[in-house]
Design a protein around this ligand. Structure first.
Ligand SMILES: [Zn+2]
Ligand SMILES: [Zn+2]
Length: 235
């Protein structure tokens, strides 16, 4: 596994602690976020994947696609949602460490560059957080990841999507609950930025795809031409 260096974009203007964010082991290099032992445990989300929804295909045609009727054209994830990626996402979301966002940007950019179905998109955007939660956290982790990835690829970063309701955390809800919780949560605040455009929506984790699907529905209604959902990890 090659060592991915944390990218320090202007927005990610934080002091990176010279210790592994997962096990606390001292690091030689300030640009690292994981020690070698932890990095060795990283698992890529690869294998026999559906070209549309990006999930592991157990049979053909893809049963997930058949069941979900996703509004995005395709979805991709870089890592398996397990240690140490899971821990880095947790540090980013709940403990105020922004360096994982920069760390995730390079593999995301590599994934996008290497996938023929992810070429010629107009810009990147992120899954928005409600203002109240953003104020509590100080930043939106998906914004940071999307911004850093867009910078690496020399693509624009825009945010035409807003969040209306401070939804409950999706983690504890059933699938039906997740859909209900998010219904009407997102709206397009800048339709001109969406109409006829190809958009890559970035988020940290793809669990059931409900959040990304709700955003894709709104983008589609506003006239987006192509919509891709790209996430750091998937269980
Ligand atoms: Zn470590
Ligand atoms: Zn599929």
């Amino acid at each position: 596994m090659k060592l991915w260096k944390a990218i320090t974009a202007p927005l990610l203007d934080a002091v990176i602690p010279p210790a592994c964010l997962v096990c606390g082991e001292r690091l030689e290099d300030q640009s690292q976020v994981l020690c070698e032992a932890c990095e060795g445990k990283i698992s890529l989300y690869s294998g026999s994947l559906c070209k549309v929804c990006g999930s592991e295909m157990k049979e053909y045609p893809c049963e997930v696609c058949a069941e979900e009727n996703y509004a995005f054209d395709l979805a991709r994830s870089v890592f398996r949602y397990s240690t140490p990626i899971k821990d880095l996402i947790h540090e980013l979301k709940y403990n105020g460490y922004v360096s994982p966002a920069g760390y995730f940007a390079l593999p995301l950019a590599e994934l996008i560059e290497g996938d023929e179905d992810l070429q010629d998109y107009d810009y990147f955007c992120a899954v928005p957080l409600h203002t109240v939660r953003k104020r509590e956290r100080g930043y939106n982790q998906s914004d940071l990841i999307a911004y850093a990835t867009a910078k690496l690829l020399g693509k624009p970063y825009l945010n035409p999507v807003s969040r209306r309701i401070n939804t409950l955390s999706q983690t504890l809800l059933s699938k039906a609950g997740r859909i209900k919780n998010l219904s009407g949560a997102f709206y397009i605040k800048d339709i001109a930025a969406v109409k006829g455009k190809s958009v890559i929506v970035v988020d940290d984790v793809f669990t059931t795809g409900t959040t990304l699907n709700e955003i894709a529905k709104q983008l589609r209604l506003a006239g987006a031409e192509r919509i891709a959902a790209v996430t750091v990890a998937r269980p």
